[in-house]
Design a protein around this ligand. Structure first.
Ligand SMILES: [Zn+2]
Length: 700
């Protein structure tokens, strides 16, 4: 990467950030970046992307994707002659070709690129400047790194200036390299089946620029199509409809895909592996490796009912089909909401459908995020806060209002930890921080999810459940297919309230909403809402009962205590109610112990709790992670072996990275380094970098 001092910038240029001034490539006459998204170099206010056409081979011999991506772009001004895109270190760009779309091409589209569809051409106004070539010509490009936090800027020099409205193509030939933040390459040993390799992509937030050079910003929505060559023994799926699938040669197959509904770049996705598909009905299916397809289907058999509930509460599902892909164990997230093929962690397969809420969350993203989404990562709550509200509303209809409240309550505890980690005055505890030059991943926490959803829940308390449902329906219709900010949202909200209440009441509601306090100010939510339920009280009081008899606990008393025979102690005759708790109650029980307000939690005490409840053997992903971490903090050795196994059984960022952090904080650097060494080939690169960061104090 080279940084080239830039020339004087013309007064018409729109520079979003000071660092860009220092590093514009030498031939630039246009501007870099936009006012819409500080985390992208793409000059989307000068050139608007509308379609991407991929032609690629997924190569498991080299762990590379090789191919071309053809961008359909429209000039928005008369002057700009440099297109900026985003790219990252693991993408090597070989050539750039340019062609303007002429009237003649309209009648001869198939000779240009067989996969470009007429739908990409219809809206062009077709002014073509005489000097712009209407056949492919090579153009020069340059890559620089103005801001290492967001990758590299690819500047493509156009051979002519075009009038505003001109549509043209840029075709970029590229390869990815193995060490890639967007693509996970798995050896057969890393899969459940152990026979075939596996690959998948995960582009959120800024990683699609490591999959292919593109305008990688949520501010722009595009359609895409793809032609993919891959080993014939495997299946390929994308966040797009499959339009053909056939043999390419003896060893490889070729499939074509088409995404006709506009999406932001971070929702482009591909997965290639030994995959089987089991339909649940004519719209929904479950996909996974053969080893856990039956368990996956059983765990998520309620999805048709859930989709019906969501469509009834919101608006009709627009994407056609929906598949839940249960990912290999090292998948780093609970889920990722790619349209048509949501990815979900295999840790959700608990056996009792108790973690279906994550699958609901990914499904409701089909409305919040995938349809109406955020314009930049500083408005992430537009995706996650709105969506978490929709998820929990669905849960309340599917299960109960109590289940919904428990989810708010326990997640609020997790969010409080994130707020304390940042510091309550830190800008990233706000719902709308200025991310500026920072890596947007640094803003990723529970706060956009929980503070955001609590804000929506608060609005519901002001306008009522019935109007809230109408508000969400109208929001989805009004902002359909748009990328918005909170500044776009507020006037819509204000108009909705004024329309539905008399002016005195409307003004009262708008005042009480405290939009700016909720959205722009850092810190805890400004209104403490009551999510407490009887079930939560039961969980906390059982934890309190345990701690009450834990004072001065003699290990030899443990069995007697459970049998109710120790004189002078309040006996725990009711302790078996724990086994009837739902998973979130169990989690709250463990969280309550972990707060250790009584000061009794030590290794002996945890041994006592374990003798009664056997939490070390829990199969719930959240309960066991919380329990192991508390055990590490309390030097409770019994959790160490199960914890080590757990960290190799799954590779979820939320479980793995936080556990290593706890080990470091508990003075267990030596063990942590050994464990990480054993596991790091198994983890996704995102988790490897997270744990590496967590272990930094160990080498200080
Ligand atoms: Zn989400």
């Amino acid at each position: 990467m080279k940084i080239v001092p830039g020339p004087e910038v013309s007064s018409t240029s729109k520079l979003c950030c000071s660092f860009f001034l220092l590093a514009a490539p030498s031939f630039v006459l246009g501007s870099i970046g936009s006012n819409l998204d500080p985390s992208s170099y793409s000059n989307v206010e000068e050139f608007k992307p509308s379609h991407l056409s991929f032609d690629m081979e997924v190569n498991f011999d080299t762990n590379q994707v090789d191919g071309t991506v053809t961008h359909t772009l429209t000039a928005l001004t008369d002057e700009a002659d440099t297109v900026y895109m985003d790219v990252w270190d693991a993408v090597q760009v070989y050539t750039a070709e340019y062609m303007v779309l002429s009237m003649m091409d309209m009648g001869n589209v198939t000779t240009m690129n067989s996969t470009l569809t007429n739908s990409t051409l219809i809206n062009s106004t077709m002014p073509v400047d005489d000097e712009c070539p209407t056949n492919w010509i090579m153009v020069s490009f340059e890559i620089s790194t103005p801001n290492p936090n967001i990758g590299d800027a690819l500047a493509v020099a156009l051979p002519c200036t075009m009038s505003a409205g001109t549509q043209f193509y840029l075709k970029l030939k590229y390869s990815t390299i193995q060490d890639n933040t967007a693509i996970s390459w798995m050896t057969p040993a890393q899969t459940a089946g152990k026979v075939y390799p596996y690959m998948y992509t995960l582009c959120q937030m800024n990683f699609c620029r490591d999959f292919a050079p593109m305008m990688d910003t949520p501010s722009q929505k595009i359609t895409y199509d793809a032609t993919v060559i891959y080993p014939v023994a495997l299946a390929a799926k994308m966040s797009a409809n499959i339009t053909s699938e056939e043999a390419y040669n003896e060893t490889h197959a070729i499939s074509t895909f088409e995404s006709t509904i506009k999406i932001p770049s971070y929702l482009i996705a591909i997965v290639v592996g030994d995959l089987v598909t089991v339909p649940l009905n004519d719209r929904l299916s479950i996909i996974s490796e053969p080893a856990y397809i039956n368990a996956s289907v059983a765990e998520f058999e309620e999805m048709p009912e859930i989709l019906d509930i969501v469509e009834d509460y919101l608006t009709p599902y627009i994407w056609g089909s929906y598949a839940l892909v249960i990912m290999p164990p090292s998948f780093p997230w609970g889920g990722m909401e790619h349209p048509l093929i949501t990815f979900a962690s295999h840790t959700l397969i608990v056996g009792d459908k108790s973690r279906v809420s994550t699958a609901i969350h990914e499904l409701t993203h089909s409305w919040f995020g995938n349809d109406v989404g955020c314009q930049n990562w500083g408005n992430f709550w537009i995706n996650e806060g709105m969506n978490t509200f929709a998820e929990r509303k669905t849960l309340s209809i599917l299960r109960s209002v109590e289940d919904m409240k428990i989810a708010y309550y326990t997640s609020n505890i997790t969010m409080a930890g994130d707020i304390e980690d940042y510091g309550v005055d830190h800008p990233y505890t706000s719902l709308n921080p200025d991310i500026g030059d920072d890596d947007p991943e640094n803003y990723f926490s529970k706060i956009p999810y929980e503070k955001g959803s609590q804000f929506v829940y608060y609005i519901e308390s002001l306008i009522g459940e019935e109007l809230m449902e109408i508000l969400l329906k109208e929001y989805l219709e009004f902002f359909m297919q748009q990328a918005i900010t909170q500044q776009d949202f507020y006037p819509f909200y204000e108009a909705f309230v004024l329309k539905n209440f008399d002016s005195a009441k409307a003004n009262d509601i708008l005042n009480k909403t405290m939009w700016d306090v909720w959205v722009t100010e850092p810190g805890y939510p400004p209104v403490v809402q009551d999510f407490y339920t009887e079930e939560l009280a039961d969980a906390e009081s059982l934890a309190d009962d345990f701690m009450a008899i834990g004072v001065g606990l003699d290990p030899s008393d443990i069995l007697d205590l459970l049998n109710g025979t120790v004189a002078g102690k309040v006996l725990l005759v009711e302790y078996e109610e724990y086994f009837d708790f739902n998973p979130d109650q169990k989690l709250l029980f463990v969280q309550t112990l972990r707060k250790n307000e009584s000061g009794v939690v030590d290794a002996t005490f945890l041994g006592f709790v374990d003798a009664a409840l056997n939490i070390t053997a829990s199969t719930d992903p959240y309960v066991r992670t919380e329990w192991y971490q508390m055990g590490i903090e309390a030097d409770y050795d019994a959790v160490m072996d199960p914890c080590y196994e757990w960290l190799g059984y799954q590779g979820r960022h939320a479980f793995v990275t936080s556990t290593f952090k706890v080990m470091v904080a508990s003075g267990m650097c030596d063990t942590a380094l050994v464990w990480f060494d054993d596991r790091k080939d198994f983890y996704n690169s995102y988790v490897v970098s997270g744990v590496t960061k967590a272990l930094e104090p160990c080498s200080a």
